[in-house]
Design a protein. Structure first.
Length: 289
């Protein structure tokens, strides 16, 4: 496929333009969240929360069908409920937060599938789990844009506290920085982005566009601002490659995007100068003279 053919894919088909627009906006909003999840060693939290929203999405589907706002409201309530319940279990029992989330999201995932299957078909289950990026409509695009705007404003406000929490989690608490409020606000933004990602990639794959570019960027730089910008760029590249491949080879679009992001991750692990395999095992240079 030539470059002209690549351009024609998006210029000739409106559904491809909408899919590309949705993925580009998701890339800008979700990738920075992935960077902070990674730096705070909460990478699996994003995956757990992506599963945790499914019962709420399923409840919205049962009440209103494939209605964007009903499923969004249900997913938001379910995600926040699981996050708060996991925090409560962690505070009141010896169980760590990662273990609490692991147990709760497994139950949530199973419950969500049961709810969907109660009234829907196998096609509905596959749509909610894996998304349909090529079926994004104008309403979904508007919602994704709203979430992205909220995310940008939230990062403008929370950037410095989040950076401080990554460097020293106890610092905000020591200076009265309300670390718990910052954490809850960050989790809320993350859940919103997972719900927005669900519109395109489904509940199981939406976290992929959040975490894979962030993990890839980690192998190229140690500067947080550069890492965040690079994560967004890698997410955009994965979206373009995945959408183009899905059109050319008749592949599922959501999984194709995530596989493309996985390919970029593999390249980063191999060639990245900051801990990549080649850099790690390259013989050290010895000074002479």
């Amino acid at each position: 496929m030539t470059f002209a053919d690549l351009l024609s894919v998006f210029s000739d088909f409106a559904f491809m333009r909408r899919a590309l627009a949705g993925c580009l906006v998701l890339s800008v909003a979700a990738a920075p969240i992935g960077v902070f999840l990674m730096l705070r060693r909460l990478s699996l939290t994003g995956d757990a929360m992506a599963h945790a929203i499914l019962p709420g999405v399923a409840a919205g589907y049962l009440l209103a069908g494939l209605n964007l706002w009903a499923m969004t409201a249900g997913g938001l309530v379910a995600g926040l409920a699981i996050a708060l319940l996991a925090s409560a279990v962690t505070r009141l029992t010896p169980l760590r937060e990662d273990a609490s989330l692991a147990t709760l999201y497994l139950v949530s995932l199973a419950l969500g599938v049961i709810l969907i299957s109660a009234r829907g078909s196998a096609v509905d289950v596959m749509h909610l789990l894996f998304g349909s990026v090529l079926a994004i409509d104008d309403t979904a695009l508007v919602f994704i844009g709203i979430v992205a705007s909220i995310t940008v404003v939230a990062f403008a406000i929370l950037w410095r506290p989040l950076v401080m929490e990554c460097v020293d989690p106890g610092f905000l608490k020591a200076v009265g920085g309300r670390g718990a409020i910052i954490h809850v606000a960050f989790m809320l933004v993350m859940v919103l982005n997972l719900i927005a990602g669900f519109q395109a990639l489904g509940t199981l794959l939406s976290v992929g566009l959040m975490m894979l570019p962030a993990a890839s960027a980690r192998f190229w730089t140690r500067r947080l601002g550069t890492m965040t910008a690079l994560a967004m760029l890698l997410a955009v590249i994965a979206s373009v490659i995945g959408l183009t491949a899905s059109f050319a080879a008749n592949l599922p679009s959501g999984p194709a995007i995530i596989v493309a992001a996985g390919g970029l991750y593999a390249l980063s692990v191999t060639f990245g100068p900051m801990g990549g395999l080649i850099a790690r095992f390259r013989p050290a240079r010895h000074r002479t003279g």
